[in-house]
Every structure is written in structure tokens, then in C-alpha cells.
Ligand binder design. Structure first.
Ligand code: SF4
Length: 444
């Protein structure tokens, strides 16, 4: 190691919901960048490589370079004037920043939503109706002898889920790792994840619900029509085999992804899977876990839930929280052209929302907080450069299994954190509202 480098041990990668906290980072002090990320997967290595400190404007206001102070003032003016503002994103920032965003939404009587509304929102709805038999990833690593991955491709989206927590990981009651586990993969196409599976079930598109309901029936000992194969693409014999294995295992896990939650059936699909886990607990121990994408999307669910009572799609216009996905979710609000200002924190709806929603986003004043330029920030009235969480910002994040992880920093950044910017916006909005909770235009 040269004089110009130092090692940050046990840092955390916040690229995906695995939130691996065993990174050993080599930092080139002179160049102010991370040159090596030991233990990181290919995605984690790219994350650390791409988030060095670069020379960017502190802020842009109407496309013109500005100071952070000027940008905060403009952002506060926009939010204080708005009649129906939306705050969206929040899945790639710390829980401390998320708290400030909730406080702003509450103060201005706005709409609060996270990227959960476009990924595992249906699971959030199903949890409320069906409940969740859950576990930590550590428990799964040490105990699970049967794993079912449904509607996801962790080999490419969450590479270390297989090696650190499940499949090949060795645990207390599965000392031989892969040899002690049976792995099934359910998907509409054969992905690279199928290579690790003992059993691959290729389901016809849009037929996950029917397969789940057939498994529920088989687990309960009911008769299932062999015509299920024509409907779903999976033979009755294969379903009987899987149902039998699930009942006989010592500790089973259903991991599920957006291939289940964002296809036909949505929250009915998630609900059916959660109900299957509940059914199986009559015979053995079974848990269900959504595989979460963004590094702190689980934190966003937790913070928004503990402050408003609901996980996403929360409207505070009446002075109390109302939850109604489809009405108060951001893509829907924008698509109907209802909101008149937007504060986007660490998300890029301009890149992945439906075109109608993007068109409306471009027609209203938008404030963006992000470490990098994005599709959304290109058209924003105010774009504020913030420091990257987990690399230059400490704080708290939640792993996909709701375990909180404390971040440590590796690179000093000249840019403020999301938390700092949001706290200052909140203070200025409060001043502009003159102590009123809602903008005067709406309070009148
Ligand atoms: S699995 Fe996810 S959190 Fe872990 S190193 Fe890879 S990208 Fe980072």
C-alpha cells in the first residue's frame, strides 16, 4: 500500500438491497477515489468506481450554475407556493434524509411516495391483507434447506444473495452449503439464475397466480386438475413434487421479485405467495421475503410507515395521512396531470415513468437532489448535487430483511448530504409559510 492510499474496512455497498457491509475499500487519497472494493460483486465494484468525487456544479437553477444556498431558496419558494406538490424517490438515500422529506411533505400538505410504488408496492398492499412470515437473511443463511426464487434473477440483480446469504453460503444447520439445500426457480424465462437451481419451473407469462393457487391446493391435500399444465405450462407432477418438497423441508424460503409483483395479478400474486407461506407453516417452518432492488428502499418503507402509518403513496393534503395506491402514487398523479410541483430525491422518474407522466413532469417546476445528472435533473428547475450515501455520507439504511445497517464514509465530499439540504429546505419553507402548516393559497 502506497502512502497515498488507505483502507476503509467493513464499509457498506448500498447499490442493491443486499446492503453488503463487509466491503474493504482501498482509497486513493490524492485522487480522492476508490480504487479497489474487496468482497464487492461486479455491480458493487461498478458502484464504487462510478461514485468518486467529480467536479460538478453545486447546483443548477433554470439551467444556470448556482450555489447550494440559491438552489435551496428557489426550492423552498417552489414548495411553499405549490398547491399540490409531490415528494418522490427516497430509496437511495439515508433514513435520516427520508425523515426530513416526510417532515416537509407533512408541513406543506403534499403527497409522499417512494420508488416502492413502482416495484414492491403490491407486496406492501398484500402484507396489510395477508401478513408476512419473515426472517433475517442471517437466519436464512444458517437454517434454510429449501429455497424458492420466484419472478427474479438474483444472479444478475443481487449477485451476493446467492453466495453470502443463500444457496452456496454455509450455515450453522446447513454446514455443507449448497449440498444441504434444494433450490427451485420459478420464472417465465430461463435466466442465468436457473443455473443454480435443482428445479426450474417455466411458467407461462401472466399465470403465476394460478400456479401459486394450485400449490396452495396441493399443500392442503386438495385435488388439482391435470389441465393446470395447459393453463400454466407447468405439469401437475412437477407441482406435486415441489409441494411435497416444501412440506417436507425443515426450513423453507420463498424469495420473490418484480416478475411476480409487477405482472398481471400484482398484489393478488404477492398475497397468494404470502398465503402459501402461511399454509406451509402448518407442516414446517416457512418464510417469504421480497427481494428489494434499491439500497435503502426498505428504509424508505420503514421511515414512511413509522411516520405516517403507510409505506408509500401517502397523501397529506387534508392534514392527516391517506393511503391509496393508484390515486396517490406518483406515476398516476403525474399521468393525470394533477400535481403542480415535484421534489425528487435520489430517483430518476424521467427515465422510467410512462411518457404521459414524464411529459407532465417537464411542465411543472421540479427540484432534484442527486449525486449525478439524471434524465429528470436535465429538465428540472432546480438540480442540487448531493454527496453519495455510503461513500461520502454516513447514516442508517435498512437491508431488504429490515435489518438496519450503519454506514461509514470512505471519501470526503465537497457536496452536502441529502439530509442537510432537506433540513435547510424544510427550515426555509417553514419561514415562508409564516408558521402556517399549509401554503396560504390552500389554507384560505
Ligand atoms: S450484492 Fe448488492 S450490495 Fe452486495 S456487493 Fe453486490 S451490488 Fe453491492
Amino acid at each position: 500500500m502506497s502512502d497515498n492510499t488507505h483502507i476503509v474496512r467493513d464499509a457498506t455497498c448500498t447499490f442493491c438491497g443486499c446492503v453488503c457491509d463487509d466491503m474493504h475499500l482501498t482509497v486513493d487519497v490524492a485522487a480522492n477515489k476508490i480504487t479497489k472494493a474487496e468482497n464487492a460483486c461486479v455491480l458493487g465494484r461498478a458502484w464504487f468506481k462510478e461514485h468518486g468525487i467529480e467536479n460538478r456544479p453545486f447546483a443548477l437553477v433554470a439551467g444556470r450554475e448556482a450555489s447550494t444556498e440559491e438552489a435551496i431558496e428557489e426550492a423552498a419558494q417552489i414548495l411553499a407556493r405549490a398547491r399540490f406538490p409531490v415528494i418522490y424517490g427516497l430509496s437511495d438515500t439515508t433514513c435520516e434524509a427520508q425523515r426530513q422529506a416526510v417532515a416537509i411533505a407533512d408541513m406543506i400538505g403534499g403527497n409522499l411516495d417512494t420508488t416502492t410504488s413502482v416495484c414492491h408496492g403490491p407486496s406492501g398492499i398484500a402484507f396489510q391483507g395477508v401478513g408476512e412470515s419473515t426472517a433475517t437473511l442471517g437466519e436464512i443463511r444458517n437454517r434454510a434447506d429449501l429455497l424458492v426464487f420466484w419472478g427474479g434473477n438474483p444472479a444478475e440483480s443481487h449477485p451476493r444473495l446467492f453466495t453470502r446469504y443463500a444457496v452456496t453460503a454455509k450455515g450453522m444447520y446447513v454446514p455443507n452449503g449448497r449440498k444441504d439445500r434444494f433450490v427451485a426457480l420459478v420464472d417465465v424465462r430461463r435466466t442465468p439464475s436457473a443455473a443454480v437451481a435443482d428445479l426450474f419451473l417455466q411458467v407461462k407469462p401472466q399465470r403465476d397466480f394460478e400456479v401459486l393457487w394450485a400449490l396452495r391446493a396441493l399443500v392442503k391435500g386438495r385435488r388439482v386438475d391435470p389441465a393446470i399444465e395447459k393453463l400454466t405450462g407447468v405439469s401437475l407432477a412437477t407441482l406435486e413434487d415441489l409441494a411435497g418438497r416444501m412440506k417436507r423441508c425443515r426450513y423453507g424460503v420463498l424469495f420473490f421479485g418484480m416478475g411476480l409483483t409487477m405482472t398481471r395479478g400484482r398484489h393478488f400474486n404477492s398475497g397468494a405467495l404470502l398465503a402459501l407461506a402461511t399454509d406451509l407453516n402448518e407442516y414446517t417452518h416457512f418464510v417469504a421475503k421480497p427481494v428489494r432492488g434499491h439500497g435503502n428502499v426498505t428504509g424508505a418503507d420503514n421511515v414512511v410507515s413509522w411516520q405516517t402509518g403507510f409505506p408509500f403513496g401517502v397523501n397529506l393534503s387534508r392534514g392527516y395521512p391517506r393511503f391509496n395506491p393508484g390515486e396517490f402514487t406518483t406515476a398516476d398523479l403525474l399521468g393525470r396531470g394533477e400535481v403542480d410541483a415535484a421534489l425528487i430525491v435520489a430517483a430518476d422518474p424521467g427515465a422510467n415513468f410512462p411518457q404521459r407522466a414524464i411529459d407532465h413532469l417537464r411542465s411543472i417546476p421540479v427540484i432534484v437532489l442527486d449525486p449525478k445528472p439524471t434524465h429528470t435533473s436535465q429538465h428540472a428547475r432546480v438540480a442540487i448535487t448531493t454527496a453519495t450515501y455510503g461513500i461520502s455520507v454516513a447514516g442508517t439504511v435498512y437491508r431488504m430483511d429490515d435489518v438496519s445497517v450503519t454506514l461509514r464514509t470512505a471519501l470526503p465530499s465537497p457536496y452536502p448530504s441529502d439530509e442537510e439540504v432537506l433540513t435547510r429546505i424544510k427550515a426555509r419553507v417553514r419561514e415562508l409559510l409564516g408558521g402556517n402548516r399549509l401554503p396560504a393559497a390552500r389554507a384560505a
